[in-house]
Write a protein that binds this ligand. Structure first.
Ligand code: CP3
Length: 354
Protein backbone atom coordinates (compact mmCIF):
# COMPACT_ATOMS: atom_id res chain seq x y z
CA UNK A 1 0.00 0.00 0.00
CA UNK A 2 1.07 3.59 -0.65
CA UNK A 3 2.55 6.26 1.51
CA UNK A 4 0.23 8.43 3.60
CA UNK A 5 -0.01 11.69 1.73
CA UNK A 6 1.40 15.00 2.90
CA UNK A 7 -1.23 17.41 4.16
CA UNK A 8 0.92 20.45 3.54
CA UNK A 9 3.00 21.70 0.65
CA UNK A 10 4.22 24.88 -0.89
CA UNK A 11 1.86 27.85 -1.26
CA UNK A 12 0.00 27.44 -4.53
CA UNK A 13 0.31 23.66 -4.47
CA UNK A 14 -2.62 21.26 -4.47
CA UNK A 15 -2.60 20.91 -0.67
CA UNK A 16 -2.90 24.70 -0.41
CA UNK A 17 -5.99 24.79 -2.70
CA UNK A 18 -9.16 26.44 -1.37
CA UNK A 19 -11.00 23.11 -1.63
CA UNK A 20 -8.58 21.07 0.49
CA UNK A 21 -8.12 23.95 2.94
CA UNK A 22 -11.91 24.14 3.43
CA UNK A 23 -12.11 20.35 3.93
CA UNK A 24 -9.52 20.77 6.71
CA UNK A 25 -11.50 23.75 8.09
CA UNK A 26 -8.61 26.15 7.49
CA UNK A 27 -8.98 29.77 6.29
CA UNK A 28 -9.65 30.15 2.56
CA UNK A 29 -9.21 33.01 0.05
CA UNK A 30 -12.73 32.28 -1.24
CA UNK A 31 -15.40 29.62 -0.69
CA UNK A 32 -14.44 26.69 -2.94
CA UNK A 33 -17.11 25.37 -5.30
CA UNK A 34 -17.59 22.23 -7.35
CA UNK A 35 -20.73 20.44 -8.57
CA UNK A 36 -21.78 16.83 -8.27
CA UNK A 37 -22.25 15.54 -11.84
CA UNK A 38 -20.34 18.55 -13.21
CA UNK A 39 -18.93 16.21 -15.87
CA UNK A 40 -21.77 14.96 -18.01
CA UNK A 41 -24.78 15.65 -20.09
CA UNK A 42 -25.15 19.39 -19.39
CA UNK A 43 -21.98 19.93 -21.46
CA UNK A 44 -22.15 19.86 -25.30
CA UNK A 45 -18.45 18.91 -25.43
CA UNK A 46 -19.30 15.85 -23.27
CA UNK A 47 -22.21 14.79 -25.49
CA UNK A 48 -19.99 15.11 -28.56
CA UNK A 49 -17.19 13.02 -27.05
CA UNK A 50 -19.63 10.32 -25.88
CA UNK A 51 -21.35 9.93 -29.29
CA UNK A 52 -21.58 6.22 -30.10
CA UNK A 53 -19.76 5.13 -26.93
CA UNK A 54 -21.71 3.38 -24.16
CA UNK A 55 -21.44 4.91 -20.68
CA UNK A 56 -19.62 1.96 -19.07
CA UNK A 57 -17.25 1.62 -22.05
CA UNK A 58 -16.29 5.28 -21.69
CA UNK A 59 -15.48 4.68 -17.99
CA UNK A 60 -12.86 2.08 -18.97
CA UNK A 61 -10.96 4.33 -21.40
CA UNK A 62 -8.39 6.43 -19.50
CA UNK A 63 -8.05 9.00 -22.31
CA UNK A 64 -11.82 9.63 -22.37
CA UNK A 65 -12.14 9.61 -18.59
CA UNK A 66 -9.38 12.20 -18.28
CA UNK A 67 -10.81 14.46 -20.99
CA UNK A 68 -14.39 14.30 -19.63
CA UNK A 69 -13.16 14.97 -16.07
CA UNK A 70 -11.22 18.04 -17.27
CA UNK A 71 -14.04 19.56 -19.36
CA UNK A 72 -15.96 21.23 -16.47
CA UNK A 73 -12.72 22.40 -14.83
CA UNK A 74 -11.75 24.26 -18.01
CA UNK A 75 -15.23 25.58 -18.72
CA UNK A 76 -16.46 26.60 -15.25
CA UNK A 77 -13.26 27.21 -13.26
CA UNK A 78 -14.49 24.99 -10.42
CA UNK A 79 -12.16 24.43 -7.44
CA UNK A 80 -12.02 20.64 -7.79
CA UNK A 81 -12.41 17.94 -10.43
CA UNK A 82 -14.50 14.83 -9.79
CA UNK A 83 -13.27 11.63 -11.39
CA UNK A 84 -15.56 10.61 -14.28
CA UNK A 85 -16.97 7.18 -13.59
CA UNK A 86 -20.10 5.69 -12.05
CA UNK A 87 -20.91 4.00 -8.76
CA UNK A 88 -21.49 0.66 -10.52
CA UNK A 89 -18.06 0.52 -12.21
CA UNK A 90 -16.40 -1.60 -9.45
CA UNK A 91 -19.35 -4.04 -9.60
CA UNK A 92 -18.96 -4.35 -13.36
CA UNK A 93 -15.23 -4.88 -12.77
CA UNK A 94 -15.85 -7.98 -10.59
CA UNK A 95 -18.13 -9.43 -13.26
CA UNK A 96 -21.64 -8.46 -12.12
CA UNK A 97 -23.84 -8.54 -15.23
CA UNK A 98 -25.07 -4.94 -15.36
CA UNK A 99 -25.42 -2.06 -17.78
CA UNK A 100 -26.23 1.65 -17.61
CA UNK A 101 -29.31 2.27 -19.75
CA UNK A 102 -29.60 5.84 -21.11
CA UNK A 103 -32.36 7.75 -19.30
CA UNK A 104 -32.86 4.88 -16.83
CA UNK A 105 -29.63 4.24 -14.94
CA UNK A 106 -27.90 1.07 -13.77
CA UNK A 107 -29.79 -2.16 -14.57
CA UNK A 108 -28.67 -5.53 -13.11
CA UNK A 109 -29.49 -8.61 -15.19
CA UNK A 110 -29.91 -11.00 -12.22
CA UNK A 111 -30.72 -9.24 -8.93
CA UNK A 112 -28.94 -10.34 -5.75
CA UNK A 113 -31.43 -11.62 -3.17
CA UNK A 114 -30.23 -14.94 -1.75
CA UNK A 115 -27.18 -16.34 0.00
CA UNK A 116 -26.19 -18.14 -3.19
CA UNK A 117 -26.34 -14.81 -5.08
CA UNK A 118 -23.69 -13.37 -2.72
CA UNK A 119 -21.08 -15.60 -4.36
CA UNK A 120 -21.25 -13.27 -7.36
CA UNK A 121 -19.75 -10.50 -5.23
CA UNK A 122 -16.08 -11.43 -5.03
CA UNK A 123 -13.52 -8.94 -3.66
CA UNK A 124 -12.20 -6.28 -6.04
CA UNK A 125 -8.57 -6.70 -7.07
CA UNK A 126 -6.82 -3.38 -7.91
CA UNK A 127 -5.75 -5.05 -11.18
CA UNK A 128 -9.43 -5.29 -12.19
CA UNK A 129 -9.44 -1.50 -12.50
CA UNK A 130 -6.04 -0.73 -13.98
CA UNK A 131 -7.74 1.85 -16.20
CA UNK A 132 -8.63 3.85 -13.07
CA UNK A 133 -5.01 3.98 -11.94
CA UNK A 134 -4.01 5.08 -15.43
CA UNK A 135 -6.71 7.77 -15.73
CA UNK A 136 -6.02 9.21 -12.26
CA UNK A 137 -2.33 9.38 -13.18
CA UNK A 138 -3.07 11.37 -16.35
CA UNK A 139 -5.43 13.62 -14.40
CA UNK A 140 -3.19 14.50 -11.48
CA UNK A 141 -0.49 15.53 -14.01
CA UNK A 142 -2.92 17.64 -16.06
CA UNK A 143 -4.76 19.21 -13.12
CA UNK A 144 -1.68 20.71 -11.44
CA UNK A 145 -2.87 22.50 -8.31
CA UNK A 146 -6.57 21.63 -8.82
CA UNK A 147 -7.51 18.71 -6.55
CA UNK A 148 -9.06 15.52 -7.94
CA UNK A 149 -11.91 14.00 -5.93
CA UNK A 150 -12.23 10.24 -6.19
CA UNK A 151 -15.54 8.61 -5.32
CA UNK A 152 -17.52 5.43 -4.78
CA UNK A 153 -21.07 4.41 -4.09
CA UNK A 154 -21.79 3.52 -0.44
CA UNK A 155 -22.81 -0.05 0.45
CA UNK A 156 -26.51 0.78 0.95
CA UNK A 157 -26.93 2.62 -2.37
CA UNK A 158 -25.04 -0.12 -4.25
CA UNK A 159 -27.14 -2.77 -2.50
CA UNK A 160 -30.29 -0.99 -3.62
CA UNK A 161 -29.31 -1.33 -7.31
CA UNK A 162 -28.17 -4.93 -6.87
CA UNK A 163 -31.22 -6.12 -4.92
CA UNK A 164 -33.86 -4.20 -6.88
CA UNK A 165 -32.18 -4.91 -10.23
CA UNK A 166 -32.35 -1.24 -11.19
CA UNK A 167 -33.39 2.22 -10.01
CA UNK A 168 -36.18 2.16 -7.45
CA UNK A 169 -38.42 4.67 -5.75
CA UNK A 170 -39.46 2.61 -2.76
CA UNK A 171 -36.52 0.18 -2.36
CA UNK A 172 -39.01 -2.53 -1.41
CA UNK A 173 -36.90 -5.62 -2.16
CA UNK A 174 -33.90 -4.00 -0.49
CA UNK A 175 -35.84 -3.22 2.67
CA UNK A 176 -37.48 -6.67 2.64
CA UNK A 177 -34.01 -8.20 2.77
CA UNK A 178 -32.75 -5.72 5.38
CA UNK A 179 -35.66 -6.33 7.77
CA UNK A 180 -36.29 -9.97 6.86
CA UNK A 181 -32.79 -11.46 6.90
CA UNK A 182 -30.48 -9.17 8.91
CA UNK A 183 -27.64 -11.69 8.79
CA UNK A 184 -27.63 -12.00 5.00
CA UNK A 185 -28.06 -8.23 4.74
CA UNK A 186 -25.04 -7.59 6.97
CA UNK A 187 -22.95 -9.96 4.88
CA UNK A 188 -24.06 -8.28 1.65
CA UNK A 189 -23.16 -4.83 2.98
CA UNK A 190 -19.87 -6.07 4.36
CA UNK A 191 -18.86 -7.47 0.96
CA UNK A 192 -19.85 -4.22 -0.70
CA UNK A 193 -17.85 -2.28 1.91
CA UNK A 194 -14.76 -4.29 1.00
CA UNK A 195 -15.22 -3.66 -2.74
CA UNK A 196 -15.86 0.04 -2.15
CA UNK A 197 -12.86 0.41 0.15
CA UNK A 198 -10.54 -1.13 -2.44
CA UNK A 199 -11.99 1.09 -5.18
CA UNK A 200 -11.28 4.21 -3.11
CA UNK A 201 -7.80 2.97 -2.18
CA UNK A 202 -6.95 2.54 -5.87
CA UNK A 203 -7.97 6.13 -6.58
CA UNK A 204 -6.08 7.57 -3.59
CA UNK A 205 -2.93 5.56 -4.28
CA UNK A 206 -3.00 6.81 -7.89
CA UNK A 207 -3.18 10.43 -6.69
CA UNK A 208 -6.74 11.51 -5.79
CA UNK A 209 -6.62 14.31 -3.17
CA UNK A 210 -10.00 13.61 -1.54
CA UNK A 211 -12.79 11.05 -1.79
CA UNK A 212 -16.57 11.23 -1.63
CA UNK A 213 -18.79 8.34 -0.61
CA UNK A 214 -22.20 8.68 -2.31
CA UNK A 215 -24.99 7.15 -0.25
CA UNK A 216 -27.55 8.77 -2.52
CA UNK A 217 -30.53 6.76 -1.33
CA UNK A 218 -29.77 6.52 2.43
CA UNK A 219 -32.43 9.19 3.02
CA UNK A 220 -35.02 6.42 2.50
CA UNK A 221 -34.14 5.06 5.95
CA UNK A 222 -35.18 5.98 9.51
CA UNK A 223 -32.24 6.95 11.74
CA UNK A 224 -32.44 3.82 13.96
CA UNK A 225 -32.37 1.54 10.92
CA UNK A 226 -29.55 3.50 9.29
CA UNK A 227 -27.55 3.22 12.52
CA UNK A 228 -28.12 -0.51 12.99
CA UNK A 229 -28.09 -1.80 9.41
CA UNK A 230 -26.04 0.60 7.26
CA UNK A 231 -23.68 2.74 9.32
CA UNK A 232 -21.31 -0.14 10.25
CA UNK A 233 -20.60 -0.90 6.58
CA UNK A 234 -20.05 2.75 5.63
CA UNK A 235 -17.84 3.25 8.71
CA UNK A 236 -15.77 0.27 7.54
CA UNK A 237 -15.19 2.02 4.20
CA UNK A 238 -14.12 5.26 5.88
CA UNK A 239 -11.83 3.37 8.30
CA UNK A 240 -10.18 1.56 5.40
CA UNK A 241 -8.99 4.86 3.86
CA UNK A 242 -8.41 6.85 7.07
CA UNK A 243 -4.63 6.33 7.16
CA UNK A 244 -4.06 8.13 3.84
CA UNK A 245 -4.95 11.46 5.45
CA UNK A 246 -7.00 12.68 2.46
CA UNK A 247 -10.33 14.39 3.27
CA UNK A 248 -13.31 12.04 3.15
CA UNK A 249 -16.76 13.38 2.22
CA UNK A 250 -20.07 11.63 2.97
CA UNK A 251 -23.21 12.58 1.04
CA UNK A 252 -26.80 11.44 0.64
CA UNK A 253 -30.08 12.93 -0.60
CA UNK A 254 -32.94 13.69 1.82
CA UNK A 255 -30.72 12.93 4.81
CA UNK A 256 -31.73 15.84 7.07
CA UNK A 257 -32.56 13.43 9.88
CA UNK A 258 -29.38 11.41 9.28
CA UNK A 259 -26.75 14.18 9.16
CA UNK A 260 -25.38 13.39 12.63
CA UNK A 261 -25.08 9.70 11.73
CA UNK A 262 -23.44 10.46 8.36
CA UNK A 263 -20.79 12.28 10.42
CA UNK A 264 -20.51 9.42 12.92
CA UNK A 265 -19.52 7.08 10.09
CA UNK A 266 -16.17 8.90 10.10
CA UNK A 267 -15.74 11.50 7.31
CA UNK A 268 -14.15 14.97 7.63
CA UNK A 269 -16.90 16.56 5.49
CA UNK A 270 -20.66 15.93 5.33
CA UNK A 271 -22.70 16.91 2.27
CA UNK A 272 -26.27 18.14 2.72
CA UNK A 273 -29.07 18.62 0.23
CA UNK A 274 -31.19 21.80 0.03
CA UNK A 275 -33.85 20.71 2.52
CA UNK A 276 -31.74 21.80 5.50
CA UNK A 277 -29.96 25.22 5.70
CA UNK A 278 -26.17 24.80 5.89
CA UNK A 279 -25.85 26.34 9.37
CA UNK A 280 -28.48 23.92 10.66
CA UNK A 281 -26.75 21.06 8.79
CA UNK A 282 -23.48 21.99 10.52
CA UNK A 283 -25.26 22.00 13.88
CA UNK A 284 -26.68 18.52 13.23
CA UNK A 285 -23.33 17.18 11.99
CA UNK A 286 -21.63 18.51 15.13
CA UNK A 287 -18.27 20.17 15.76
CA UNK A 288 -15.05 19.35 13.95
CA UNK A 289 -16.45 18.64 10.48
CA UNK A 290 -16.82 20.74 7.35
CA UNK A 291 -20.13 20.98 5.48
CA UNK A 292 -20.71 20.79 1.72
CA UNK A 293 -23.73 22.08 -0.17
CA UNK A 294 -26.45 22.87 -0.90
CA UNK A 295 -28.15 24.75 -3.78
CA UNK A 296 -31.21 22.97 -5.20
CA UNK A 297 -30.07 21.98 -8.74
CA UNK A 298 -33.51 23.04 -10.08
CA UNK A 299 -32.78 26.65 -9.02
CA UNK A 300 -30.35 26.84 -11.96
CA UNK A 301 -33.36 26.91 -14.31
CA UNK A 302 -34.41 30.30 -12.84
CA UNK A 303 -33.02 33.65 -14.10
CA UNK A 304 -29.49 34.63 -13.02
CA UNK A 305 -30.71 37.11 -10.36
CA UNK A 306 -32.80 34.42 -8.69
CA UNK A 307 -29.89 31.95 -8.73
CA UNK A 308 -27.69 34.61 -7.12
CA UNK A 309 -30.28 35.36 -4.42
CA UNK A 310 -30.41 31.67 -3.46
CA UNK A 311 -26.60 31.33 -3.59
CA UNK A 312 -26.27 34.46 -1.41
CA UNK A 313 -28.62 32.90 1.13
CA UNK A 314 -26.38 29.82 1.36
CA UNK A 315 -23.19 31.90 1.72
CA UNK A 316 -24.90 33.96 4.43
CA UNK A 317 -26.00 30.82 6.27
CA UNK A 318 -22.41 29.48 6.07
CA UNK A 319 -20.76 32.75 7.16
CA UNK A 320 -19.90 31.69 10.72
CA UNK A 321 -18.80 28.13 9.81
CA UNK A 322 -15.28 26.77 9.74
CA UNK A 323 -15.15 24.79 6.53
CA UNK A 324 -17.84 25.29 3.90
CA UNK A 325 -17.61 23.90 0.38
CA UNK A 326 -20.26 25.25 -1.99
CA UNK A 327 -22.01 22.59 -4.08
CA UNK A 328 -25.46 21.66 -5.28
CA UNK A 329 -27.75 19.61 -3.03
CA UNK A 330 -27.64 16.82 -5.66
CA UNK A 331 -26.19 16.36 -9.16
CA UNK A 332 -26.39 18.81 -12.08
CA UNK A 333 -29.59 18.09 -14.02
CA UNK A 334 -28.97 17.09 -17.67
CA UNK A 335 -30.85 20.09 -19.18
CA UNK A 336 -29.03 22.72 -17.11
CA UNK A 337 -27.64 25.65 -19.13
CA UNK A 338 -23.86 25.30 -18.64
CA UNK A 339 -23.52 29.10 -18.59
CA UNK A 340 -25.63 29.17 -15.40
CA UNK A 341 -22.99 26.95 -13.75
CA UNK A 342 -20.09 29.12 -14.96
CA UNK A 343 -21.88 32.25 -13.69
CA UNK A 344 -22.56 30.61 -10.33
CA UNK A 345 -18.87 29.73 -9.84
CA UNK A 346 -17.89 33.39 -10.49
CA UNK A 347 -20.60 34.63 -8.16
CA UNK A 348 -19.58 32.37 -5.26
CA UNK A 349 -15.91 33.28 -5.73
CA UNK A 350 -16.60 37.04 -5.86
CA UNK A 351 -19.07 37.13 -2.99
CA UNK A 352 -16.92 35.07 -0.65
CA UNK A 353 -13.51 36.62 -1.51
CA UNK A 354 -11.62 37.94 1.51
O1 CP3 B 1 -19.29 14.71 -12.62
C1 CP3 B 1 -19.50 13.75 -11.85
O2 CP3 B 1 -20.17 13.88 -10.80
C2 CP3 B 1 -18.82 12.41 -12.14
C3 CP3 B 1 -19.61 11.45 -12.75
C4 CP3 B 1 -20.65 10.57 -12.04
C5 CP3 B 1 -21.51 9.76 -12.81
N1 CP3 B 1 -22.24 9.00 -11.95
C6 CP3 B 1 -21.57 9.74 -14.26
C7 CP3 B 1 -22.82 9.31 -14.92
C8 CP3 B 1 -20.90 10.31 -10.69
C9 CP3 B 1 -20.27 10.94 -9.46
C10 CP3 B 1 -21.91 9.32 -10.66
C11 CP3 B 1 -22.41 8.72 -9.41
C12 CP3 B 1 -23.71 8.03 -9.41
N2 CP3 B 1 -24.21 7.16 -10.33
C13 CP3 B 1 -24.61 8.08 -8.32
C14 CP3 B 1 -24.39 8.87 -7.07
C15 CP3 B 1 -24.67 10.31 -7.30
C16 CP3 B 1 -26.11 10.67 -7.40
O3 CP3 B 1 -26.51 11.17 -8.45
O4 CP3 B 1 -26.85 10.45 -6.43
C17 CP3 B 1 -25.72 7.28 -8.65
C18 CP3 B 1 -26.93 7.06 -7.80
C19 CP3 B 1 -25.45 6.68 -9.91
C20 CP3 B 1 -26.31 5.72 -10.66
C21 CP3 B 1 -26.65 6.31 -11.97
N3 CP3 B 1 -25.82 6.27 -13.07
C22 CP3 B 1 -27.80 7.05 -12.34
C23 CP3 B 1 -28.98 7.32 -11.43
C24 CP3 B 1 -27.64 7.48 -13.66
C25 CP3 B 1 -28.51 8.38 -14.49
C26 CP3 B 1 -29.43 7.67 -15.43
C27 CP3 B 1 -29.92 8.64 -16.49
O5 CP3 B 1 -29.53 8.45 -17.63
O6 CP3 B 1 -30.67 9.58 -16.13
C28 CP3 B 1 -26.40 6.98 -14.11
C29 CP3 B 1 -25.78 7.17 -15.41
C30 CP3 B 1 -24.68 8.18 -15.45
N4 CP3 B 1 -23.65 8.29 -14.55
C31 CP3 B 1 -24.50 9.18 -16.43
C32 CP3 B 1 -23.33 9.88 -16.12
C33 CP3 B 1 -22.70 11.00 -16.88
C34 CP3 B 1 -25.43 9.38 -17.62
C35 CP3 B 1 -25.08 8.40 -18.69
C36 CP3 B 1 -24.85 9.05 -20.02
O7 CP3 B 1 -24.29 10.16 -20.13
O8 CP3 B 1 -25.24 8.38 -21.00
Amino acid sequence: SGQPQQTQDAPGGVQDSAFLRACRRETVPHTPVWFMRQAGRSLPEYRKLREGIAMLDSCMRPDLVAEITLQPVRRHGVDAAIYFSDIVVPLKAIGVDLDIKPGVGPVVEKPIRTRADLERLRPLDPEDVGYVTEAVGILTRELGSTPLIGFAGAPFTLASYLVEGGPSKNHEHTKALMYGDPELWAELLDRLAGITATFLQVQIEAGASAVQLFDSWAGALAPEDYRASVLPASAKVFDAVASYGVPRIHFGVGTGELLGLLGEAGPEVVGADWRVPVDEAARRVGPGKAVQGNLDPAVLFAPREAVERQAARILESARGLEGHIFNLGHGVLPDTDPQALTDLVSYVHEQSAR
